[in-house]
Design a protein around this ligand. Structure first.
Ligand SMILES: N[C@@H](CCC(=O)N[C@@H](CS)C(=O)NCC(=O)O)C(=O)O
Length: 215
């Protein structure tokens, strides 16, 4: 029996990562939606601020532990619920997985986060078109390199033939890319692997449009 709650938002790609892992590990969890746009963003409410002073989703609670940061949450889940490990225990593959995951989670995703886009629009008077160009640019820079790295070590999945944290980070980032009309045909390896991953039930059930709070 678990007592896991995931605070997230259907379109949050960081929450999407955690949903995939919870599904792959077969863990039951409750969903507590945090609407990132309504009323100026529920992530800024007093109640959510208490949970995560960074005012970002996801947050996962499990019994008396409260954690933010999707990659830390996933490492926690791997340690406590070791079925379907997302990070290889050791060896070269472990570091390849972490490296690819960070290419997305540390280098691509933060530049396109909602608060960054809002700052561009509201404080730097950037137009909607310029903001979208910014969004696409950083994904394209990141995906161009990611594609080359996949040519080196991918198999069925990002690192060989074993599902990993790298795959868990890739699929939500592709969802964001498609939403902003990044020309995905430029990234055949990313497309090939993403198509395969999307057919896995744990990934399919985690998709934004499958979430109860999706609009
Ligand atoms: N590094 C964090 C990123 C969390 C994050 O950026 N969450 C976004 C949604 S994907 C968010 O809550 N944005 C709200 C905002 O920008 O105000 C993680 O991996 O959990």
């Amino acid at each position: 029996m678990t007592n896991i709650t995931l605070y997230g938002y259907w379109r949050s790609s960081a929450a999407y990562r955690v949903r995939i892992v919870l599904n792959l590990k077969g863990l039951n969890y409750q969903m507590s939606p945090v609407h990132l746009v309504r009323n100026g963003g529920e992530q800024h409410s007093d109640a959510f601020h208490q949970l995560n002073p960074s005012e970002l989703v996801p947050v996962l609670t499990d019994g008396d532990i409260t954690l933010s940061q999707s990659l830390a949450i996933i490492e926690y889940l791997d340690d406590v619920y070791p079925q379907m490990p997302m990070i290889p225990a050791s060896g070269h593959d472990k570091y390849q997985v972490l490296s690819l995951a960070q290419d997305i989670a540390s280098d691509i995703h933060p530049l396109n986060n909602l608060r960054v886009l809002q700052y561009l629009r509201q404080h730097l008077a950037v137009s909607e078109e310029q903001k979208d160009a910014w969004y696409r640019h950083w994904i394209q820079v990141g995906f161009t390199a990611f594609e080359q790295k996949l040519l080196r070590r991918s198999g069925q999945y990002c690192v060989g033939d074993t599902l990993s944290l790298a795959d868990v980070c890739l699929v939500p980032q592709v969802y964001n890319a498609e939403r902003f009309h990044v020309p995905m045909q430029e990234y055949p390896q990313i497309q090939r692997i993403t198509e395969r991953l999307r057919r896995i039930p744990g990934f399919a059930r985690a998709a934004p449009e499958q979430q109860p709070d999706s609009e």
